[in-house]
Ligand binder design. Structure first.
Ligand code: NAP
Length: 247
C-alpha cells in the first residue's frame, strides 16, 4: 500500500530503535522520510540506504535536539530540501534514571530539554509550514511513564507527561487548519533504551506486563503510521501501545 506517496515526513531519533522502525514503515507506505540522529552517523546512513532501497527519498540529518535552535534548523533544512513537511514524528528521547534523592540538576535539564524542549521547538517551527499547506500530522512519542509515573524516572515522567499536555493543547489550537496532533504512548519496548536496564529488573518489569512480554518497535510504529495515514479525524489523543501495563 503506497497511500503516503507524495507525502514527506521527519522522524527524530531514527538511527535506531522505535524511530528507525517508524521511518521504515512510513517509507513502505510511500512517504519520503528525513531521519534525524545525534551521534550515530553510520547507523543513520544505513537507515537512509534501507529507505532508498524501498524506492523513496531519504535524508540523514544530524542535530542535537537538546538545543532548541537545532530543532528549528532541522525543520528548515527539510523544508528547504523538499519544499513540504506533511508528517512530523517527535520520537527522540533519552533517560537519565535515578531516584529523586540522587537526581542532579543536569539529569533534570538534559532529559527535559531533549524530550520536551525538542517537541516544542520542532512543532513551533513546523506549524507555519503545515498551516500554509492546510495539512499536517504531528505525532509525539510519549510513554506510559508520563501517565502512570515510574520509580527512578521523575525527570523522564515529567518530560513525557509534559508531551501529553502539550499535545492536547496544540491539537486544540491547530485543528481548524487540518493539522492533527496526537501522542503515542508505548509501554516497555525492546530497544537499546531498555537494554540499559539490568536483567533482574527486566524480569520484574515483565512480571508487571499483563501480556507477559516487552513490546517490539514495529508494534509501536504501526500505531504511528495508522495515525499518519488513516487518522484524519483523530486529534488530541494519546494512544497506548503497552501490552496492558497501564490501562
Ligand atoms: P533508543 O533506542 O535509545 O534510540 C534513541 C534515538 O534518539 C536514537 O536515534 C538517538 O540518536 C536519538 N537521540 C538521542 N538523543 C538525541 C538528541 N539529543 N538529539 C537528537 N536525537 C537524539 O530509544 P527508543 O527506545 O527507540 O525510544 C524512542 C522513543 O520512544 C523515546 O522518546 C522514548 O522515550 C520512547 N519510549 C521508549 C520506550 C522503551 O521502552 N524503549 C518506552 C516508552 C517510550 P543516536 O543513535 O545518534 O544516539
Amino acid at each position: 500500500m503506497q497511500d503516503l506517496k507524495g507525502k514527506t515526513a521527519i522522524v527524530t531519533g531514527a538511527s535506531r530503535g522505535i524511530g528507525r522502525e517508524i521511518a521504515t514503515q512510513l517509507a513502505r507506505r510511500g512517504a519520503d522520510v528525513a531521519i534525524n540522529y545525534v551521534s550515530r552517523e553510520s547507523d543513520a546512513n544505513a537507515v537512509v540506504k534501507e529507505l532508498e532501497d524501498l524506492g523513496v527519498r531519504s535524508l540523514a540529518l544530524q542535530a542535537d535536539l537538546s538545543q532548541m535552535s537545532a530543532g528549528r534548523e532541522l525543520i528548515h533544512k527539510v523544508q528547504n530540501e523538499w519544499g513540504q513537511i506533511d508528517i512530523l514524528v517527535n520520537n527522540a528521547g533519552i533517560t537519565r534514571d535515578k531516584a529523586m534523592k540522587n537526581l542532579t540538576d543536569a539529569d533534570w535539564t538534559e532529559v527535559l530539554d531533549t524530550n520536551l524542549g525538542s517537541v516544542y521547538a520542532t512543532c513551533s517551527e513546523v506549524l507555519p509550514i503545515m498551516m500554509e499547506q492546510k495539512f499536517g500530522r504531528i505525532i509525539n512519542i510519549t510513554s506510559f511513564v508520563g501517565q502512570a509515573g515510574n520509580f527512578g524516572q521523575a525527570n523522564y515522567a515529567a518530560s513525557k507527561g509534559g508531551i501529553i499536555a502539550f499535545t492536547k493543547t496544540l491539537a486544540l489550537e491547530v485543528a481548524r487548519h487540518n493539522i492533527t496532533v496526537n501522542a503515542i504512548a508505548p509501554g516497555f519496548t525492546e530497544t537499546e533504551m531498555l537494554a540499559q536496564v539490568p536483567e533482574n529488573i527486566r524480569q520484574k518489569i515483565i512480571a508487571r506486563v499483563p501480556m507477559g512480554r516487552f513490546g517490539r518497535p514495529e508494534e509501536i510504529a504501526r500505531a504511528v503510521v495508522f495515525i499518519a495515514a488513516e487518522g484524519d479525524y483523530i486529534t488530541g489523543q494519546q494512544i497506548n501501545v503497552n501490552g496492558g501495563v497501564y490501562m
